[in-house]
Design a protein around this ligand. Sequence first.
Ligand code: PLP
Length: 410
Amino acid sequence: MSEKPRHAPLIQFPIVDDELVIGDMPLTRLAEQVGQTPFYAYDREAMSRRVRDLREVLPADISLHYAMKANPMPAVVDHMASLVDGLDVASLGELRVALGSGMDPAEISFAGPGKRDQELSAAVAAGITVNLESPGELERIAVAGERLGITPRVAVRVNPDFELKSSGMKMSGGPKPFGIDAEQVPAALARIGELGLHFRGFHIFSGSQNLKAESLIEAQDASFELAYRLADDAPAPIEVLNIGGGFGIPYFPGEQRLDLTPVSENLAQRLDTCRSRLGDSEVVIELGRYLVGEAGVYVCRVIDRKISRGQTYLVCDGGLHHHLAASGNFGQVIRKNYPVVKADAVNDGPRETVSVVGPLCTPLDLLADRMELGTAGPGDLIAVLQSGAYGYTASPHLFLSQPAAVEVLV
Ligand SMILES: *Cc1c(COP(=O)(O)O)cnc(C)c1O
């Protein structure tokens, strides 16, 4: 038999007696504690460890922000708020959770296209920084500030004028709904000055889920250069330069972990130059997936086991309505299996090749396509790893009126 491509090692959780241990508890016991399946479990210590390890490799004076859209569960956000230097929100709903975490509003920023007037007013009232995505938004936030008698704090999100093509992935450039085109930024900066807004700096986000150090370095270098160029027209000193993030995590067989050492070495050099070019600006990296993605599992229970024309199906109580990404329908071009295991037979015992499907009446509801798992049947727990980011809140819960999942932080 040919060698099957292997998943990257599941190093984020201990395995005791061949069972996943999440938050110090064997998963079958945790399922009893949660009291229902399906559920998502996020491991507090795994998040803490990730931030600690990251800070160890990154230059000390880089600020680390958590991009909440990866996992906005309030308990997760509260925990992340205790670990990072700031939070990035993308809606009023996320802003409320961010403020509830106790994070200093001065360290909260709000990006995303189509911010409504109430969202802009809420941001101004809260005293957070709004990353402007268009000239229209700039005018509307000025009106909000005027009405409230509060000076809005704004940064300009830039849609870069360079195009980065690394490993086939186009990361920025061209027409985008996000950010103000670099060539329009000087006019926006002049307008910020005219309107007397508090200018904080630039936000340049060039991509997501990147596992290649070289392309991250390329993006960061280009972002610094762009910021220097644009800074000439700034109405005030650059207090904050947010250079995005995009650090990826491995999901699929054959993917290698991101090597952060060269990224970090390059950043250290860049920070030196930045100090001479921009003064003592705070340089921010914003990360979602990288901080929480490996700290979560989605757990569902086998309801039925059937064999159809030689292929074995484990039909579970959970599926794409809770975990769209694992089904392969959240932006993936080619469907590949997430790492999926039988919760208490991770590596050993009898194995068989099965497809794990959910209860929805659509062929898209597929959690594992012909994968080798520990032999399982009704009542057994199936765990989908790498599920701490873009899981529950990135899924169509209402589809087919199935029961909701619960989320726990342990
Ligand atoms: C989605 C998003 C992030 C988080 O991306 P990850 O790949 O989860 O790290 C950060 N910043 C902005 C502006 C985003 O839109």
